[in-house]
Design a protein around this ligand. Structure first.
Ligand SMILES: [Mn+2]
Length: 424
């Protein structure tokens, strides 16, 4: 991790400016009847999980261009995750991907204790073949026409639950690449039935206090049809499986222009929203850094979450799911965690009483203006103050660069290969 003295020195140079900005924002918010301290407390309580796989450079189907000092294995990844949390105080947990992160659970627990991190939802992987695997997933996994292949995929998911159980995780996220590339290649209805049958068996293996998340994705890697392609399919799955099954919304897994915040509202209404994979996109599942393309959409998603806060049974797993192709993954994850937290705080300062009034009066213009007033408020001093009070960094990226962490680990970590594509 980064030497605390470096963080202190970096913060010392910025504290006076921050205090002035914080006081000024506090006065502005007070005129709107908003207590800045309440918002800072909310910012401090907010957390989003980092994906272990996000700490390495991602790639496209064409190539991967790894950077210096990339993590080699899960223990390095956890070190990087710890640095992200140390600097932001916004990422207290990590989401693991099996078998990429497979390790002795006792060692994982030890490392988590050493780094102060917890484990969020486990992720299974039946979208690619692993070395030595008996049966291929080329034509599907949990929905494969061959029962032995389905069996193998079910067993893998049960193993993920078992590893997760030993390290304190409480959920399994299932995303499959199953689908088809040609009309007629598969029976759309029978394939879905086979998927449900497999999921029932995984569901039966869930501990009592666990949840299973169904993650939908519109297309890719299958390009004609996808088994769990939309929130409707995902909702059907969650409803059919039972109480412990919920839907996970990955922001990038929708067609452009889809109203994701409305999907969020519907799933909450159904008691079936389990969590998020945050990222951003311009064209498809681009896995870009959260808040870099459509920050207003991210805000509108959080606007729904804040409005419906307190809904019975609503317990969301916030996770990031991105692929970093041209940036230092630690920096991208820092920025994303801060942007997600920013959207949460901005949504928290929506004047809900005024908004409800405008909605009752059908005053569309003023209702939209009420949301914009919250979105336009620069809450950076609140986020920075939350970090300072938690001994994290006022400016996390600048502090990270000043620490030379990447150069230091590059000396210890062997250079990773750029061979092969890197869809992650
Ligand atoms: Mn995802």
């Amino acid at each position: 991790m980064i030497n605390a003295q470096i963080i202190e020195a970096e913060n010392a140079a910025r504290t006076a400016d921050l205090s002035a900005d914080y006081d000024a924002l506090g006065s502005r918010l007070a005129r709107r009847g908003i207590d800045i301290e309440a918002l800072t407390a909310r910012a401090m309580a907010f957390g989003v999980a980092v994906p272990s796989w996000g700490t390495g450079t991602g790639g496209t189907r064409f190539a991967r261009f790894p950077g210096e000092g990339e993590p080699n294995g899960i223990m390095d990844k956890l070190d990087d995750c710890a640095v992200i949390h140390q600097l932001t105080d916004a990422t207290p947990s990590v989401s693991l991907h099996i078998p990429w992160d497979k390790a002795d659970p006792a060692l994982l627990r030890e490392k988590a204790e050493e780094t102060g991190l917890a484990f969020d939802a486990m992720n299974s992987n039946t979208f690619q073949d692993q070395p030595g695997q008996a049966l291929s997933y080329k034509f599907g996994s949990l929905s494969h026409a061959d029962s032995a292949t389905r069996e193998q995929a079910v067993a893998h998911n049960l193993e993920c639950i078992e590893i997760g159980r030993q390290i304190g995780s409480k959920a399994l996220t299932v995303w499959i690449g199953d689908g088809s590339n040609f009309p007629g290649q598969t029976s759309l209805s029978k394939q879905f039935d086979r998927y449900l049958e497999s999921m029932h068996r995984i569901y039966a293996g869930l501990p009592d206090d666990w949840r299973i998340f169904s993650e939908h994705k519109i297309y890719e890697p299958a390009f004609y049809s996808t088994v769990v392609q939309d929130w409707g399919s995902s909702l059907m799955i969650a409803q059919e499986l039972g109480e412990k099954a919920q839907c996970l919304v990955d922001l990038g897994h929708h067609a452009p222009n889809v109203n994701i915040e409305m999907i969020v509202a519907r799933l909450i209404r159904a008691g079936k929203l389990g969590g998020f994979h945050f990222n951003d996109s311009k064209y498809g599942d681009d896995d870009l850094d959260s808040g870099t393309i459509e920050p207003f959409r991210l805000f509108l998603v959080f606007n729904e979450l804040v409005e419906l806060e307190g809904t019975a049974g609503l317990d969301l797993a916030h996770m990031i799911d991105q692929s970093h192709n041209v940036t230092d993954p630690i920096e991208s994850l820092i920025i994303s965690a801060c942007e997600i937290q920013r959207a949460f705080v901005q949504a928290s300062l929506v004047d809900r009483i005024a908004l409800e009034g405008y909605q009752r009066e059908s005053d569309a213009l003023m209702a939209a203006a009420t949301l914009r007033a919250a979105f336009r408020t620069d809450v950076e001093p609140i986020l920075a103050m939350a970090r300072l009070r938690a001994n994290a960094a006022i400016d996390p990226v600048a502090t990270y660069r000043a620490s030379a962490y990447r150069a230091e680990v590059a000396e210890k970590r062997p250079k990773s290969s750029g061979a092969g594509g890197g869809i992650v």
